[in-house]
Design a protein around this ligand. Structure first.
Ligand code: F0G
Length: 482
């Protein structure tokens, strides 16, 4: 990682890349934004991209590719079986993770489907530091149950703990004793723990978790989708690892695992996914699901162009200059917002900047979806699309009551190498403006609520006319500005 100071003393992240291809963006007036968010049922997933200025919904499949990735996409072997492109990918994965077997899948959740179908049985318990939406859905679909064993500090939105994604080892030990190792098919470790704000675990903690698992004959599974951010944090925050290379850290972590799966929409800056497996026996037990649900074993539903890009992207993930960019921009955004009094999740993690909706708009109760309301308000204020990560993203209990999320966050993802610093400054400016008028923001209520994955398809409306009032205030303060 380059250490670059400014003569002015200002602390800003400096891009170690240049922009070679650009995409024009539109910023539509706030009056249109009001129409657009209402057409989208106040659900940012349902907004049209033409109405969005900064798309901070996700970092999934929207990271900027490098010149080397684009070049690699031109030379690929598009054969159904035995593709040389696929061989290049498996060799790179074996080199990086040290596992001999690999099953391709079209994206991360497809890996989860394969893992759940082959490993999870009714009544099984799957311990993990924290759940991810698709992971939990696949496990519960097979009759399993997720147990979250995060350290208590992990769900504290304001903290200085460097590794909020760590497992609580005492909780893990107690769980194994209580339910019995025979009911735990695997322990899942999620790197860059998504739903708590892209927070990492330490290498030391991962090693301890895996040692305990193996002592009891339990398999260890790493969700490496957000591994690149986690690697950056291990290197910069874990003193025992500061002299290790990213490659060494990766291998030491991988050596603890029986299975590593990932969404290549995140890891490797491409689109696709796959499962690396240590043992042939385990691989054979899952193998037939790939041609059945994904595609033949040498493409697994992925385009060969994406496979080539992924191979190069995985190599680039071993470069600290490259993987620093995301976390450094996020840190900048968080620090500036904190200076302006805006509540964000600390310490800054990977993936994006996470606004704490419970503190931003404490007047909105959880059953009126504060994180969803804030997502609509931030879109109105700046044409910025974020993702609700709170009660709206949860499923109702079987008796129909709300399952209140432990945190109410608005995630503003920073897809890697996509936004410039002035765009990030614009986002900070509009969010800071909104914070001055936070008391005006009200809640949302469902008008159409699907029984599953309601956060994707559900439609809501504002409770009261707070959105129109916000538009009037914007015009007063910004005049004719977009
Ligand atoms: N695991 C983690 C930790 C993820 O963040 C994701 C996706 C998946 C698995 C599933 O992968 O999308 O390729 O099927 N996260 C995306 C996001 C959707 O926006 O955070 P996928």
């Amino acid at each position: 990682m380059a250490d670059i100071s400014f003569f002015s003393g200002e602390r800003i992240p400096l891009e170690l890349h240049k922009v070679r291809i650009v995409q024009k963006l539109d910023l539509v007036p706030i009056e249109r934004r009001l129409e657009a968010i209402s057409e989208a049922g106040n659900n940012t997933f349902l907004l049209q991209n033409k109405d969005i200025f900064l798309d901070m919904l996700t970092d999934s499949g929207v990271n900027a590719m490098s010149d080397k990735q684009l070049a690699a996409m031109m030379i690929c072997d598009d054969s159904y079986a035995g593709s040389a492109t696929f061989t290049r990918l498996t060799e790179k994965l074996t080199e990086i993770f040290g596992m001999d077997y690999f099953l391709p899948a079209h994206q991360g959740r497809a890996c989860e489907n394969i893992l759940a179908m082959s490993l999870v049985k009714t009544g099984n318990i799957i311990p993990m530091n924290y759940h991810f939406t698709t992971t939990k859905a696949h496990i519960t679909r097979m009759g399993g149950r997720v147990e979250e064993l995060l350290i208590d500090e992990g769900i504290k939105t304001t903290s200085v703990h460097p590794f909020k994604g760590n497992f609580d080892l005492a909780k893990l030990k107690a769980l194994i004793e209580r339910v019995g190792a025979e009911n735990i098919p695997f322990i899942r470790l999620e790197s860059g723990t998504n739903l708590i704000g892209g927070q990492p675990f330490s290498l030391e903690n991962a090693k301890a978790v895996c040692a305990m698992a193996h002592e009891h004959g339990i398999l260890t599974v790493l969700d490496a989708s957000l591994l690149q951010d986690n690697l950056y944090f291990i290197k910069t925050r874990e003193s025992a690892c500061k002299d290790m290379s990213v490659r060494q850290i990766t291998r030491e972590l991988a050596d603890q695992m029986d299975i590593i799966y990932f969404s290549a929409r995140k890891l490797g800056f491409a689109r696709g996914g796959g499962i690396c497996i240590r043992s042939k026996k385990l691989c054979d037990s899952m193998r037939e699901l790939v041609p059945m649900f994904e595609g033949f074993l040498t493409y697994g539903g992925m385009s060969v162009r994406e496979i080539e890009a992924m191979t190069v992207g995985l190599e680039e993930t071993m470069d600290m200059d490259i993987i620093s960019q995301g976390p450094q921009f996020i840190q900048y955004m968080c620090e500036q917002l904190i200076k302006n009094g805006v509540p964000v999740v600390t310490p800054p993690g990977g993936l994006g900047c996470h606004l704490n909706a419970s503190e931003f708009i404490p007047q909105v109760p959880q059953n009126q979806y504060p994180a969803g309301a804030l997502a609509a308000a931030v879109y109105l204020a700046g044409g910025i699309r974020g993702m609700e990560r709170g009660t709206l993203s949860e499923q109702r209990e079987e008796d129909g009551t709300e399952h209140m999320s432990s945190v109410e966050l608005l995630r503003l993802a920073l897809p890697r190498r996509v936004f410039t610093l002035s765009q990030v400054k614009y986002a900070i400016d509009r969010i800071t403006w909104l914070y001055q008028y936070r008391n005006m923001i009200g809640g949302l209520k469902f008008v159409e609520e699907p029984s599953s994955l309601r956060f994707f398809f559900g439609r809501l409306e504002p409770i009261g006319d707070w959105q129109t009032e916000l538009v009037h205030q914007f015009r007063k303060d910004f005049g004719t500005s977009l």
